[in-house]
Design a protein around this ligand. Sequence first.
Ligand code: XMP
Length: 319
Amino acid sequence: NWTMSAYRSKMIEKIRAQVGTGRVICGLSGGVDSSVAAVLIHEAVGDQLTCIYVDHGLMRLNESEQVVTMFRDQYNIPLVHVDASEVFLRELDGQSDPETKRKIIGRLFIETFEAEAKKLGGANFLAQGTLYPDVIESVSFTGGPSVTIKSHHNVGGLPERMNMQLVEPLRELFKDEVRVLGRELGLPESFIGRHPFPGPGLAIRCPGGITPEKLDILRQADAIYLDEIRKSGQYDKIWQAFAVLLPVQTVGVMGDGRTYEFVCALRAVTSVDGMTADFYQFDMNFLGKTATRIINEVRGINRVVYDVTSKPPGTIEWE
Ligand code: XMP
């Protein structure tokens, strides 16, 4: 795509002009936007960029390793991997209110990021994967609804607090253009087409209280579900698909024994922008097969249900 390659060169010049010999810090989330921004900035200013990956212990199976390996080994981008899972899980212990959980995660994320940035000796610039729709949304929100449905998790407020200037090379782009740019930069296809994943991670897919054991059960179920979706060629037709571990145990029978284990809910939706969504119409055989695999392979789950709620009235995530 020649237009995107021209955009790439133009942005590289622009980043160099803005940053000069300054230092840039970029928070990686594992998502497409921050990844593309990081690779582009690295191409522009090389090791003047350091990425910080705050691992809150709420990522999916093997996800943190994949992100760290890709950036460190494949792209040679200086990357600090902060394993903060203990702190996050400790502070989330016993918390079951969705907004309280979100706020704890948002606060800890900022505190952890800030502390790591200080350890690096600070920086003049903070890189963010802000997209054009984010720019418009923050403007139009002024006249928007006054009810907060969910407090979203981001690093807003950090640049002022830390006295840093923003570097936002994706500000003129829509999501599909970011994907084109990502391909242009050589990011793997499996990474570029990934479903969105919320900042608070698996914490909001474990309604109620969180424990390491529950997170582990959820990770396994979620991995099997996504594996089946990929194998059946449906991944790219779906906006987002994930498992939710319900805080409910039900009675089941396995072999000659009684079981009393958790219920797992499966969610999949189609959407254009996440603002509205329809539940995805799986074939019943697919759901049956996936449920059987989850129950057979994951200890701790003995029942699987499928969520047939669209948005509105449901939200995509359960919390
Ligand atoms: P809801 O559940 O509000 O989700 O229908 C809409 C989209 O936003 C994602 N989501 C988040 N993304 N931080 C994020 O970065 C968050 O706190 C957050 N909460 C929800 C959700 O996964 C869906 O794509």
